[in-house]
Write a protein of this length. Structure first.
Ligand code: GDD
Length: 304
């Protein structure tokens, strides 16, 4: 499903899924319009529905709480309500988030860890998570939520810290940038590869019973660690380029996230295949290649 504006300008708006566009049938609809979602369910009669759409940039949710809450909460409600009416047998996946844990009450976080969201985005995901559970319990919908920790890839948006760093490294090497401005370098995240995480999503919908699962690597690294690894790969000294800028600090920060995916491992047989060093390497290499810079393809040792 894609918005009409995106369909009309595919090279700009859908560029990141360019390589698979030919294998997809995109339907015009908007998360903000219940009728448009309803019509797609009626036309497609899907067996599985992966509801990943959202205003997903945490930082932006502080600038515009209203549209984040509206789109994310109503959008999820619209999808569930239409699905229940039109295709109640359709299996449903909701993209929950480790941001729901926010100010964490235990380390590592598991499915039963109490939620304490720290942003409108996190709050909207808790609401979506509860809606999903309630449609499962009240209406018998096969509805599951993945509580996914940060998952990255070379297709990550440039505003997220991982891609900001790896694209920054490439631009510094290419002589297009001489400093990289970042916010809180001490924040820690459990970063995995999106490629691995979509397998977990799919797997949840293949189970007889719907349920909620943490999907994480179990290892946490700071933003500084990510910087050190990415710059180290190309032999640059980050101290010469990183500038901390208050503009990129958040009014309420999630300091540490680290998940325990034991349940996903036991029930879904899921395990991440790409480690932190492999992820950083793949992202740096791809961003460098896009600017015509070739790096050795062997994995580097993780540092920091
Ligand atoms: N974006 C950004 N830009 N983040 C920065 C910067 C910067 O310049 N400097 C430091 N950070 C810190 C943020 O404060 C945060 O602690 C961490 O880097 C990660 O920020 P993001 O990459 O923007 O991701 P996120 O953790 O807020 O959210 C992502 O992961 C969630 C799952 O935990 C998003 O993908 C969410 O949609 C997702 O739910």
């Amino acid at each position: 499903m894609a918005r009409r504006v995106a369909l009309e300008d595919p090279s700009r708006r859908l560029g990141r899924i360019g390589p698979v566009l030919g294998r997809l049938h995109l339907h015009a609809a908007s998360l903000e319009s219940f009728p448009s979602i309803y019509q797609i369910f009626r036309a497609v009669q899907p067996e599985e529905c992966y509801h990943l759409a959202a205003q997903s940039f945490v930082s932006y949710s502080f600038d515009d709480e209203f549209s984040t809450l509206n789109t994310n909460i109503n959008g999820t409600h619209f999808v569930l309500a239409a699905l229940k009416d039109v295709v109640p047998k359709c299996r449903f996946y909701f993209a929950g988030s480790s941001e729901m844990f926010g100010k964490v009450t235990e380390i590592p976080q598991i499915e039963t860890t109490r939620f304490h969201p720290r942003s409108a985005y996190g709050i909207s995901k808790v609401a979506g998570f509860d809606l999903t559970r309630n449609y499962r319990e009240a209406y018998g919908i096969h509805a599951s939520s993945g509580i996914l920790f940060n998952h990255e890839s070379p297709r990550r948006g440039f505003e997220f810290v991982t891609r900001k760093i790896t694209s920054g490294v490439a631009r510094i090497l290419a002589g297009q940038l001489n400093e990289l401005r970042l916010g809180n370098l001490e924040a820690k995240r459990d970063w995995g590869h999106a490629r691995d995480y979509v397998e977990a999503m799919w797997s949840m919908l293949q189970q007889e019973q719907p349920d909620d699962y943490v999907v994480a690597t179990g290892k946490s690294h700071s933003v500084s660690d990510f910087v050190r690894n990415a710059f180290g790969l190309v032999g640059l000294d980050p101290k010469k380029f990183i500038v901390t800028d208050p503009e990129f600090y958040r009014p309420a920060e999630v300091q540490i996230l680290v998940g325990n995916a034991a349940k996903a491992q036991a029930t879904l047989g899921w395990r991440p295949k790409t480690d932190f060093a492999g992820l950083v390497h793949e992202m740096v290499i791809t961003d460098c290649a896009s600017l015509g810079i070739t790096l050795p393809s062997a994995k580097s040792a993780e540092t920091g």
